[in-house]
Write a protein that binds this ligand. Sequence first.
Ligand code: ATR
Length: 271
Amino acid sequence: MDQYAVVGHPISHSLSPEIQAQFAAETEQQISYSAIQFELDNFADQLHELQSQGYKGINVTVPFKQQAFELADRLSPRARDAGAVNTLIFQPDGKIAGDNTDGIGLCRDLIINHNVLIEHRKILILGAGGAVRGVLGPLLAKKPRLLSIANRTVEKAEKLAEDFSAVGNILAGSFNELGHEKYDLIINGTSAGLLKEVPPVPDEVLGINSICYDMMYDIKNPTAFVQWALDRGALRAYDGLGMLVEQAAESFYIWRGIRPQTTEVIASLRQ
Ligand code: ATR
């Protein structure tokens, strides 16, 4: 049986083993998939140990995505753009290939699961850390009219805008600078939700048809950002559970060459 795992620190709350088990059952693939907590130092040694045990592929989560990027012998274009790797493939020649499925996971959740249009729309993205860098390429590939990046530390937003300026129409600024016009889609990519906080974005960004999306998820309760949006009358506010499942589905597809259905998996996790 081919072995896969997700590695991170901490990892005990990961839903990935459950998600991948459902994909495997549905597609009748005989695989095992476990969650393994890595020590914080020596990512490379721990990874090579799994490679020598015969694992076929690894999902990488916080805080190792940049280290996985650096360690990979080969990188997909989207991993290169993201500067981070969440999917590793141990190849038959002993090389390690790195890919990033976070951005396509976000786009598929928005476009397919939630019927959100990106093309020609104005998008505001909150945050400028690794999570945001990971999704900018795939978002810009969908040709929004404008993508504004607002961040507490403005320089980080400016750096991202500069790095991706060739791919689309991008603005960078503080929450206040960018927060005085309305956006069609507002995506929270900050980690403020970990502290149940919401980035200080002015209410004016919300129009009557604005859609809000939190890259974080909470299975039981609305996330702080989803609640913020609902409190201000947003009709459509989604958390990132679907993104989690979609990025997992893309990893499964890379490893197994078969694309699992996601709708029922998302619904079953929500229950
Ligand atoms: P990740 O990998 O989750 O992106 P990160 O690279 O540390 O983690 O980035 C965290 C992001 O959340 C940053 O944009 C950070 O803002 P700064 O760049 O100014 O630090 C943002 N962030 C974290 N806590 C926040 C808060 N309470 N309010 C607003 N932004 C916050």
